[in-house]
Design a protein around this ligand. Structure first.
Ligand code: 5RP
Length: 263
C-alpha cells in the first residue's frame, strides 16, 4: 500500500484499530430528515467525538468549516430519492478530482446486491476503486439494503461484504445482524456497522454495537441512532466508550444514564 493511502487510513482508524464514524449524508436521498434539517447544528456538538464524518459535497461545502480537523469521508454515490422509483438505481455523483480538491480522507459509495441495479452499482464500486487508488484514496463500500430492511441476515450481508472487498473496497460498511461473526470472517477488509432507522431504546444500540465489536467489527458508521437521540452527545460518548475504551454494553449504558442526569 502506498504512503498516501496508509496515511489516510491511519487518520480514520485509530491506534487501537477502531473507529467511530458519524454519517450525516442521509439528505442525499431522504431530504431534510428529522434532526438533520440543519446539518451544521446537528454536527456541531458531536464533531469532537468522531473519528470521521461521512458527508456529501453539498453539505461539506455549505455546513462544515474548512478548518475542521476531523477526517472527511465523502459520499460520492446517489441520484435517487425516497419518493422515486428505486433507491438502488445509484450512479457516481462526484468525481475523484472533486474529492482531491476537497482534500477528503476517503470516499464512500453504496452497492445494492440482489437488486435490479446490482451490476450497475458493483461496477460503480470497481470504477471508483480504480480512480481512487491512483491518488491513494481509500474507498468505503456501503452495503445498502434500500427500503428492504428485512434483508439484514448474516448470509446476505456476508455475500455483500465479501463482494465489496473483492472489488477493492478498503473498508466495508454493513448492518449488524445475528451471527455477525459470519459477516466479518468472510470479509478480508475491515468492517464497520451502520445503525439503520432509529430503534426503540439506546440500550439496544449499545448492545448490538458491543456484540459486533466482540465479533470483529472495527467500529461504526452510525447516524440516526446518535443524532435522532434525545441525548446525542451522551449517546456518542457511550458509543466511544465501547469502541475505544472496551466498555461492555451495560457499562456504556450506565455511563449514558449518568451523562443524561448531569445534563
Ligand atoms: C445512508 C448511509 C448512512 O451513512 C448509513 O446508513 C449509516 O447511517 P445510519 O446509522 O443512520 O443507518 O449510508 O445511505
Amino acid at each position: 500500500m502506498d504512503w498516501g493511502k496508509k496515511n489516510r487510513l491511519s487518520r480514520l482508524i485509530k491506534k487501537d484499530g477502531h473507529c467511530l464514524f458519524l454519517p450525516i449524508d442521509h439528505g442525499y436521498f431522504l431530504g431534510p430528515t428529522s434532526k438533520l434539517e440543519k446539518p451544521s447544528e446537528t454536527i456541531k456538538p458531536l464533531l469532537r467525538y468522531c473519528d470521521g464524518i461521512f458527508v456529501t459535497r453539498g453539505v461539506l461545502r455549505s455546513c462544515i468549516d474548512p478548518k475542521i480537523k476531523v477526517p472527511i469521508i465523502l459520499r460520492v454515490s446517489g441520484g435517487t430519492s425516497i419518493v422515486g422509483k428505486d433507491l438502488a438505481n445509484e450512479g457516481i455523483t462526484t468525481s475523484i478530482k472533486e474529492a482531491v480538491r476537497l482534500n477528503v480522507t476517503a470516499v464512500g459509495l453504496s452497492v445494492f446486491v440482489g437488486t435490479e441495479y446490482e451490476h450497475q452499482t458493483l461496477l460503480n464500486l470497481s470504477r471508483l476503486v480504480d480512480e481512487a487508488e491512483e491518488y491513494g484514496i481509500p474507498v468505503m463500500a456501503v452495503t445498502a439494503v434500500g427500503k428492504e430492511l428485512e434483508k439484514r441476515d448474516a448470509r446476505y450481508l456476508a455475500l455483500c461484504c465479501r463482494i465489496a472487498a473483492e472489488l477493492g473496497a478498503s473498508v466495508v460498511k454493513t448492518y449488524w445482524c445475528e451471527n455477525f461473526e459470519k459477516v466479518v470472517e468472510g470479509c478480508p477488509v475491515p468492517v464497520v456497522m451502520a445503525g439503520g432507522p432509529k430503534v426503540d431504546t439506546e440500550l439496544q444500540v449499545l448492545e448490538f454495537v458491543y456484540d459486533g465489536m466482540q465479533k470483529g467489527a472495527i467500529g461504526v458508521n452510525l447516524g440516526r441512532n446518535v443524532w435522532q437521540s434525545e441525548h446525542p452527545v451522551a449517546m456518542i460518548k457511550a458509543l466511544r466508550a465501547i469502541i475505544h475504551e472496551n466498555y461492555t454494553a451495560k457499562e456504556a449504558n450506565d455511563l449514558l444514564e449518568k451523562l443524561k442526569k448531569k445534563k
